[in-house]
Design a protein around this ligand. Structure first.
Ligand SMILES: *Cc1c(COP(=O)(O)O)cnc(C)c1O
Length: 413
């Protein structure tokens, strides 16, 4: 296949999309866990990490869990029980209930709706922040007035229109789950994401802005909800001399070793954000003059964490691109390009880009689920067609980033 990167030298060491950045303190806390033998899901690192996250976000309780997905799952279960009461505890809390979910996001945002036997209905994306469109959400409540739960994500670290979304939820008496997995450290109207929902989740997966190698947290101001999540995450053991169970439980608690890594990362969150912001701005300057723009930011209301830098090609700048279920092809054209060509070219110099997260309503496993758009345009699909995620690793040098920019420019030659 044609490669625009032919004339560019490849990096010796791969430039990643977003890889872990360690600082040294992490190993101190991991060693402490080892030497004190708290090699378990109990210990000082967990307590301290939970405290640090509460302090950062401004919430009363944080419960350390094995992943962001676990935090989203237990959020979903809490919401299901709050809305519909406790049903057969072995069968999921959302039995047959529809739930409105972000469409252009990572599948983990909403897979837990299925874990709880509910049915996700997808809400289209808006162009201003690439997140859930509050206009489409309002329309969805007209179409499905029985719905009582919304799950919203802040994609790529850019806060969505959370005030509008909360207002729509309030008007319809719906609860909100906020997936801040990608947006830890980002603010909306000066307030940290991860506290806008009735239930909130963050992630410390290896590719996130700070990491424990894995891990996640459930965030809340409700002591009762925090206690439930802690109990469910440790197999729902009752206070009895033997293993006594009244509810289904999970093995979802955070490890004290992983908490040590996160504890060592926490002081570096703002530094990572500053590095990611510089990367975003360097791309913006470097790509000026091409028929493209960077992922949009609502600067009036929000300060992102710049987790991933993305770009989108103007409709007039797109060459022909055909995507099947698992493969993509394109027709090179002078002055034009497409995500497939650019991703190939970037890969050609040993750097990692990625397509925009493929919309959920286009995923085979969610075929037949509802999808609500504000107007006629399928915005999620349009952004998926024309957009891509750029290498955004905070260890990437300026020289490396400049070469990536040159490779992208060559695609439009
Ligand atoms: C990473 C991610 C998750 C899941 O977090 P894990 O810790 O990997 O389970 C959920 N939602 C979004 C939007 C994510 O990017």
């Amino acid at each position: 296949m044609y490669s625009a990167s032919g004339s560019f030298e490849a990096f010796e060491k791969k430039v990643w999309l977003s890889s872990p950045t360690m600082h040294g303190e992490e190993i101190k806390y991991v060693t402490e866990a080892y030497e004190t033998n708290w090699m378990s899901t109990v210990g000082a690192n967990i307590n301290e990490t939970e405290r640090l996250v509460c302090e950062k976000i401004g919430c009363a309780y944080a419960v350390g869990l094995s992943s962001g997905t676990a935090a989203l799952h237990l959020s979903t279960r809490l919401a299901g029980e709050a809305l519909y009461g406790r049903q057969d505890v072995t069968k999921g809390s959302l039995q047959g209930k529809k739930v409105f979910c972000s469409d252009m996001t990572f599948a983990a945002t909403l897979n837990s709706v299925a874990y709880e036997n509910g049915e996700a209905v997808f809400i289209d994306t808006e162009y201003d922040t690439w997140n859930m469109d509050p206009v489409a959400l309002e329309k969805a409540f007209k179409e499905y007035p029985e719905v009582k739960l919304v799950v919203v994500a802040h994609l790529y670290g850019t806060p969505g229109k959370i005030d509008e979304i909360r207002e729509v939820c309030r008007r319809h008496g719906a609860l909100l789950i906020e997936d801040a997995a990608e947006s830890f450290g980002a603010t909306y109207k000066g307030v940290q994401t991860g506290g806008f929902g009735d239930y909130n989740a963050i992630s410390f997966n290896g590719n996130k802005i700070i990491t424990g190698s894995s891990g996640g947290m459930f965030l809340t101001n409700s002591r009762e909800d925090a206690d439930k999540v802690r109990k469910w995450s440790t197999q729902s053991r009752e206070n009895a001399p033997w293993y006594q169970h009244e509810e289904i439980g999970y093995n979802y608690r955070m490890s004290n070793v992983i908490a040590g890594v996160i504890r060592g990362q926490m002081p570096h969150l703002e530094e990572h954000i500053a590095q990611k912001k510089a990367i975003y701005e360097r791309y913006k300057r470097g790509l000026a003059g091409l028929p493209v723009s960077m992922n949009p930011i609502d600067f009036e209301n929000s300060e992102p964490n710049y987790w991933l830098s993305c770009m989108i090609i103007d409709p007039e700048g797109m060459c022909e691109q055909v995507r099947g279920d698992k493969e993509a092809m394109f027709n090179p054209e002078h002055g034009k390009s497409c995500p497939t060509e650019i991703l190939n070219a970037i890969a050609g110099i040993n750097a990692e880009g990625r397509p925009i997260w493929k919309p959920m309503h286009e995923q085979p496993m969610y075929k037949g689920h509802g999808f609500v758009k504000a107007g006629n345009t399928d915005v999620s699909h349009d952004i998926f067609e024309r957009g891509l995620c750029l290498p955004s690793d905070n260890k990437m040098t300026e020289e490396q980033q400049d070469r990536i920019i040159e490779v992208i420019r060559a695609c439009f030659a």
